[in-house]
Design a protein around this ligand. Structure first.
Ligand SMILES: [Mg+2]
Length: 293
């Protein structure tokens, strides 16, 4: 992905010249990196909020509660209502409430998803003969016992079907390492049962975007999806007709953008996230590139 001989980004950079009706942000690599806000993130979010423009945050990571993201944003200086944050714990729970409210579930997941499902009134079970839906997730406690339960529920009892919280192969860490993510659990279950995962509740699924935009009276075309990954953040926007902005502060590089056909490129490419605020407003506010907040 990242090129060793990256050309300068200047020819791909393009910033909006107007404000939009709503903004949806990926978090890691877009708003913060590890434990630090990225340059301009704080003043940009504060400026949008001051103008009454709705701002929402998304994450594919189901190993945290939305409350944990709200706490982190607050700790970094961006207090955020938990209702403005949707991760795959939220999207998975809401999708199940809407489509399968009476299903007995077997989540192969960490505690936050289990807690949210129980709080939403679902019954969880490890008895294969009564499981309706197996949920593959990013589960660092995944083991053979869980795989056997999924196998029995789907293949032996021919009863359950498979969904996943998110399609990510691995979760990247600062410094180039990472952890196997939900795609690994999904693939193990698919491989032994011969089944195919029916639904994915994370980016780039449009289901996640619908959840993020829930309650907002804004046209998708007048909303911007902002993120650092082409295959998830930007792809979701392209698939739904939403405006998209790629920031080069996380995973994707200018070369990754150049490698895409013109129709598959983001609407905007930004070297820093506060370029979402048009240049004429920067001038009014006296902002410069040297500001770090
Ligand atoms: Mg990201």
């Amino acid at each position: 992905m990242s090129s060793q001989t990256a050309a300068p980004a200047s020819d791909v950079l393009a910033s909006p010249t107007r404000l939009y009706g709503a903004y949806v942000f990926d978090m890691d690599g877009t708003i913060y990196l590890g434990d630090h806000l990225l340059p301009g993130a704080k003043r940009m979010i504060e400026e949008l909020r001051a103008r009454g423009i709705p701002v929402r945050f998304l994450s594919n990571n189901p190993t945290k509660d939305p409350e944990q993201y709200a706490d982190k944003l607050a700790r970094l200086g961006l207090p955020t209502d938990v209702a403005d944050i949707a991760n795959t714990v939220v999207t998975t729970t809401r999708w199940l409430q809407e489509h399968h409210p009476d299903a007995v579930l077997f989540p192969i997941s960490e505690e936050p998803l289990k807690k949210a499902l129980v709080r939403a009134g679902f019954r969880l079970s490890e008895k294969p003969e009564e499981i309706d839906i197996v949920i593959a997730s990013y589960d660092r406690g995944f083991d053979y016992r869980k795989l056997q339960i999924a196998f029995d529920a789907i293949w032996f009892h021919k009863r359950a079907f498979l969904i996943q919280t998110n399609p990510d192969r691995f979760c990247p860490f600062p410094g180039g390492r990472g952890e196997p993510d939900c795609a690994a659990m999904t693939a193990a279950i698919e491989a032994c049962t011969g089944t195919t995962c029916r639904v994915s509740l994370g980016k780039p699924s449009p289901i996640m975007l619908r959840e993020a935009m829930a309650g907002l009276d804004v046209d998708l075309a007048d909303a911007v999806m902002v993120g650092d990954r082409l295959q998830t953040d930007i792809q979701m926007a392209l698939d739904t007709g939403m405006t998209s902005a790629l920031v080069l502060t996380g995973e994707a590089t200018a070369d990754d953008t150049r490698a895409r056909t013109p129709g598959q490129r983001p609407s905007y490419v930004l070297d820093r996230v506060d370029r979402l605020i048009p240049a004429h407003i920067w001038d009014e506010l006296g902002w410069t590139d040297h500001d770090r907040t």
